[in-house]
Design a protein around this ligand. Structure first.
Ligand code: PLP
Length: 400
């Protein structure tokens, strides 16, 4: 997955353009910038690649999620449905607005279970936020139909699945809004950065203003610009955007490598009858950022994961025990541990997750192992890795 593995002269050239002019800010200083507008160019390239009307590039994926929600008017006390398996950024972005994260089960896609989503809808629900974890997507067709029936916003977190598609549409472009992260370990990286994509002009305009203190960006004098509503500073710098501009143009190159490496590993593991693979919804194509598979039960998965690590197969994750990606270890959320006082709405409406039954999620996440697909591997390295994985898993299964 990480785009940094293949940094090249292309990234260097874009960064040097910025250093040569010395204009590190994305707005203003028109006379000094030698015609370089890296954030703007990245937005244009991203909108084109994702086949959407608008893209707003910002300081992180977490910021992108926050801005996306805000741009659609989500605020205090609004409920946002999100999965039990994701990165903490999902609920951080919701809580940042005083909205309430409603956790629901995932299924064998490792993403939101549409039935669980429908069961969690209340009169306060405003949005559904599927998270396309580990390179593959939620059942977007089912989720979109639920969102249409109940008039809810569909916000796709495609931070880990850039380049995947559903019904031929790039992930992130299927819902009302989509978000990407360009942090250091993502397929496309800026060092730190993120983006919102949408076909909705109002959401885009709101995102443009909100991410820059409410600036309306009208005219040529920043100090004289209007501020139609409150905002915040979620701007990206030109230096970061420059790296991303080179990287987005290499996305298809990265995806081709991911797919090739994924297929070698998958074909080898398919020879082990006890292993099954995460379900990819019909009409979906993964970004191949990870290979995720299930063992027959949770104990086996845990032990196989340990064995892989001990025998030197790095980059495999057992999410069930992970501190950052699965609800079981989110005791800061569960016990509402914040520095300052949380908004009244959050204190009163946040469900008591210490009493929740997420046994369906436990069933799938407990049996799952996900292995990162790297870009820098040579073909012989991938082949050796595939054989080693098959050997470790095979010899472990023989004990049963
Ligand atoms: C990385 C990531 C984020 C947050 O992105 P940052 O740029 O690190 O803030 C959000 N959601 C998911 C699923 C991620 O993997």
């Amino acid at each position: 997955m990480p785009g940094f593995e293949l940094f090249s002269d292309k990234e260097r050239k874009e960064v040097n353009d910025v250093l040569d002019s010395g204009v590190l800010m994305r707005y203003g200083f028109d006379g000094n910038r030698n015609g370089h507008w890296k954030a703007l160019a990245l937005e244009k390239a991203l909108a084109e690649r994702m086949k959407v009307g608008y893209a707003q590039v910002v300081s992180s994926g977490t910021a992108a999620l926050t801005i996306a929600l805000a741009s659609a008017g989500i605020g205090a006390g609004d409920e946002v449905i999100m999965p039990t398996f994701t990165f903490v950024a999902s609920f951080e972005s919701i809580l940042a607005l005083g909205a309430v994260p409603i956790l629901v089960d995932v299924d064998d896609t490792l993403t939101l279970d549409p039935k669980a989503v429908e069961n969690a809808i209340t009169k306060r629900t405003k949005a559904v936020m599927p998270v396309h974890m580990c390179g593959s997507m939620a059942d977007l067709k089912a989720l979109k139909s639920i969102c249409q029936n109940y008039k809810l916003l569909l916000l796709e977190d495609a931070c880990q699945a850039i380049g995947g598609t559903f019904e031929g549409k790039p992930l992130g472009s299927y819902g009302d809004l989509g978000c990407f992260s360009f942090d250091y370990v993502k397929t496309v990286t800026c060092g730190e950065g993120g983006a919102i994509i949408t076909n909705n002009k109002d959401y885009y305009t709101n995102a443009d203003h909100f991410s820059d203190h409410g600036h309306d960006h009208i005219g040529k004098d920043r100090g004289a610009e209007g501020h139609p509503f409150l905002g915040y500073n979620f701007r990206i710098s030109e230096l970061h955007a420059a790296v991303g501009l080179a990287q987005i143009q290499r996305l298809d190159e990265f995806l081709a490598i991911q797919k090739k490496n994924y297929q070698i590993l998958r074909e080898t593991l398919e020879g082990i009858p006890e292993i099954t693979f995460r379900r990819v919804p019909q009409a979906g194509e993964e970004s191949y950022a990870f290979l995720s598979f299930f063992l027959p039960n949770a104990n086996m998965a845990k032990e196989v994961h340990t064995a892989l690590g001990e025998k030197g197969v790095d980059g495999c994750f057992y999410w069930f025990d992970n501190n950052w990606h699965y609800y079981r270890k989110w005791e800061h959320l569960i016990h509402k541990k914040s520095l300052g006082k949380l908004p009244k709405e959050v204190r009163e409406q946040l469900p008591d997750y210490s009493k929740s039954d997420f046994s369906q999620s436990d069933e799938w996440i407990g049996r799952n192992i996900s292995c990162l697909i790297k870009l820098g591997w040579s073909e012989s390295e991938v082949q050796a890795r595939a054989l080693k994985m098959a050997e470790i898993i095979g010899s472990f299964l023989k004990q049963f």
